[in-house]
Design a protein around this ligand. Sequence first.
Ligand code: APR
Ligand code: ZN
Ligand code: ZN
Length: 404
Amino acid sequence: MIVQIAEKKPTDHSPVVVKMVKQDDTRGKIITCKAAVAYGPGEPFVVEQVQVHPPQKMEVRIKILFTSICHTDLSAWQGENEAQCAYPRIFGHEASGIVESAGEGVEDLKEGDNVVAIFNGECGECGYCKREETNKCERFGVNPMKKVMVSDGKSRFATVDGRPIYHFLNTSTFSEYTVLDSACVVKLPSATEVDLKKLTLLSCGVSTGVGAAWNTANVSSGSTVAVFGLGAVGLAVAEGARARGASKIIGVDINPDKFIKGQAMGITDFINPRDEKKAVYERIREMTGGGVDYSFECAGIVDVLRDAFLSAHQGWGLTVVLGIHPSPRMLPIHPMELFDGRQIVASVFGGFKGKTQLPHFAKQCMHGVVKLDEFITHELPFEQINKAFELLVSGKSLRCVLHL
Ligand code: APR
Ligand code: ZN
Ligand code: ZN
């Protein structure tokens, strides 16, 4: 078991760095600790003691210090697209913490390292990981149905009476301790506690949005951008475009409160589709002399995707899809429309190869290139996880960070 200490010399005024000390040797042993267990879709989480087994070959056990809630946790917990979802289950995929112990064969991570969890792993060895064009990984890609560890098909979590509790998205961070494959753990630069809390957002939302602007679209200085859907993902796109020096960032959302928040992330103009008499894409074309250079769909709605596509400029406009589309409807584009020269592409985890590229991105965030503070709208003790979900359901929070 490890406990956190604040390391600071008496004369030193620099912020505390997160370190750990051993209370007793837990390496190789089962740890009993608290976790938020979901027993069925939409049922309140039960914060209770669980057993966390030691990491096996190429796995790492981490002590979670901060975890936040993303829409994918919400959709999975509510049962959307998750017909075969296994229970009991530990959700959560945005988190930062400290390595408690590393299993056999792990060379890049050791006890005490500051880390973030990533749901889109990077094994470094598969055909995808070896190619520059993709951040997909054959073994540790996104699969919300996966419920056990890849190495042996077993769970590392159990109830105190020994019944298995299933994993989620390679991560399961709603637990004081969790076991991940080392492909899904990114070592951070040594961080203060304040930094570590903010870097939690790199596990998903912020990396997804900023990365879509930087890696997938490669937004350039002076360019024009439209962002459809101003949740944490859309606002992270805006923040990424702002950091790149976009001259105009048009935010589109049916909730006018989002514009107030969005201004801090660089939104320069706001369109509420409900206030418009004409189609949103026509309005955007008027505002930008024919259309934006880049449009981003971050709402997960097929009709919004069509507006995003048509708001991009003929000849070079690029539309990036980030929204998860639960509707069975197909892409709302006629093949002939592609001859107008607009392109459309999707972005997963912002195109970041997590283990290779996130440490540098973390440094950029720590240096203020991307501002993370505005994304954390709420903070609560871990035990209040059900309240944190309510905040997300009601649209009041962008990110609520839970403290373990
Ligand atoms: N037009 C524009 N915006 C809309 C519309 C619409 N018709 N309908 C909803 N929105 C806005 C909502 O008001 C909200 O501000 O889209 C935003 C979506 O934000 P969140 O629900 O907070 O979702 P977020 O976490 O940002 O994720 C966005 O990416 O990861 C996926 O599943 C996720 O599809 C979702 C998307
Ligand atoms: Zn791989
Ligand atoms: Zn997420």
